[in-house]
Structures are given as structure tokens and as C-alpha cells.
Design a protein around this ligand. Structure first.
Ligand code: B4P
Length: 191
């Protein structure tokens, strides 16, 4: 089993690259953003609660997100591996993920961190906002999401650096070039 984390700030291209990685390596995609948006659109109790945080650019509470991940892992026992996209976003989530995977004897093998400048992040998210209809892709909320990233999510990269699992990859340039750089790291780790 090959378990991979795709890490990076909002708009760094985690969703874009995950779609290609799952196709090439046949991994199961776990995107907490997608799961939360599905709950919001179905107006489930979890979705109604999560929307309050998402619309303000804040992270949804850890216990909600960790519970979602645990159910997803249990629901796909035959997976060849998982790609975690947008999770973990706090050190508490990273610790919880390690505990869940330790229980299954299949730890995280590699954490690929996409490096993108703040200016480029804002540009991408504003441009996506013009067509996505996402209520969190507007200037005010984008600024808050980036602030929340610096406060709570960027320490996660230190967590994985200490575990010697973090590899940084430039996240600016063509989607194809970035994909090739990510695949080179995955192939190296899979050898
Ligand atoms: P997410 O859904 O994870 O969204 P994201 O970080 O904004 O996007 P991503 O990095 O995937 O960017 P994408 O590929 O789409 O989170 C949304 C919200 O959900 C969070 O703010 C939070 O409230 C909540 N949430 C999710 N997970 C959570 C967790 N674990 N804990 C707590 N709360 C959680 O790319 C963005 C844009 O850039 C796209 O338009 C794309 O086309 C473009 N793009 C991509 N690559 C490009 C390139 N190389 N060049 C130019 N443009 C590019």
C-alpha cells in the first residue's frame, strides 16, 4: 500500500494534481474539501455546520474532519493506497492520521509539498471564483484562508520534515511540468 499526502496552501493545485496522480497510480482520492462541499450541497447537519467555517475562510474543527477520514479509510479496505488532498491541515490532524494508519500498518510514505507564491495563489483563486460559484473564492475570504494556512497548516510541513517524509516541489509553471516533477518523486519512493 502506498499512502501519499499532497500538501500546500489554498490554490496551490492540490486538487488539480491529485486528479492526475490517482489516474496514473490507481490510488484512492481523499479530499476533505470535496467531502465537505458534498455535505454542504446535500445540506446534511455536518454540511450546515461546516459551511459556517468554510464561508469565513476558517478550518472546519479537527474532530469533524478526522471522523470523516476514519470513515473513508474503513469504507475502502481494498485500496492500493490513498492520496490525501487538503488533509492533514493541522498538526492534530497529522497525528490522528498517523495513528489511524499505524493501526493498519501502512504509514504515510511521502509528503509532496507544492510551493507557490502568495501573489500567484490569490490570482488563481480569484480567477477560479469567476466560474466556480464557490462561496469561498472571493478576495476577502481568500485573504483569510491564506492567513489560516500560515497560522495552522504550515506547521504541518515541519511535522513531516522531522519525520523525513517531506519533499518540496515548485508549484508554479505548467500543470504538465508540475505533474512530471511530482511523478518523479513518487517513482523514486516507490522503487
Ligand atoms: P480545499 O477544497 O482543500 O481547497 P483549496 O485548498 O482551495 O484548493 P487546491 O489547492 O486543491 O487548489 P486547486 O487544485 O483547486 O479546501 C476548501 C475549504 O474546506 C478550506 O478553506 C476549509 O474551510 C475546508 N477544509 C478542507 N479540508 C480541511 C481540513 N483538513 N481541515 C479543516 N478544514 C478543511 O487549484 C486552484 C486553482 O488554480 C484552480 O482554478 C486551478 O485550475 C488553478 N491551477 C492549478 N494548477 C495551476 C497551475 N500550475 N497554473 C495555473 N493555475 C493552476
Amino acid at each position: 500500500m502506498f499512502n501519499l499526502v499532497l500538501f500546500g496552501p489554498p490554490g496551490s493545485g492540490k486538487g488539480t494534481q491529485s486528479a492526475r496522480i490517482i489516474e496514473k497510480y490507481q490510488l484512492v482520492h481523499v479530499s476533505t474539501g470535496d467531502i465537505l462541499r458534498a455535505e454542504v450541497s446535500q445540506e446534511t447537519p455536518l454540511g450546515v455546520e461546516a459551511k459556517k467555517y468554510m464561508d469565513q475562510g476558517m478550518l472546519v474543527p479537527d474532530e469533524v474532519v478526522i471522523g470523516m477520514i476514519s470513515s473513508k479509510l474503513d469504507a475502502t479496505p481494498d485500496a492500493r493506497g490513498f492520496i490525501f488532498d487538503g488533509f492533514p491541515r493541522t498538526v492534530a490532524q497529522a497525528e490522528a492520521l498517523d495513528n489511524l494508519l499505524e493501526f493498519k500498518n501502512n504509514p504515510i510514505r511521502l509528503v509532496l509539498s507544492l510551493l507557490v507564491s502568495e501573489e500567484e495563489l490569490k490570482k488563481r483563486l480569484l480567477s477560479r471564483g469567476e466560474s466556480s460559484g464557490r462561496s469561498d473564492d472571493n478576495e476577502e475570504v481568500i485573504v483569510k484562508r491564506i492567513k489560516e494556512y500560515h497560522a495552522k497548516t504550515s506547521p504541518v510541513s515541519d511535522y513531516y520534515k522531522q519525520a523525513d517524509k517531506l519533499v518540496e516541489v515548485p508549484g508554479e509553471g505548467s500543470v504538465d511540468d508540475i505533474f512530471n516533477a511530482l511523478c518523479a518523486e513518487i517513482d523514486r519512493e516507490m522503487e
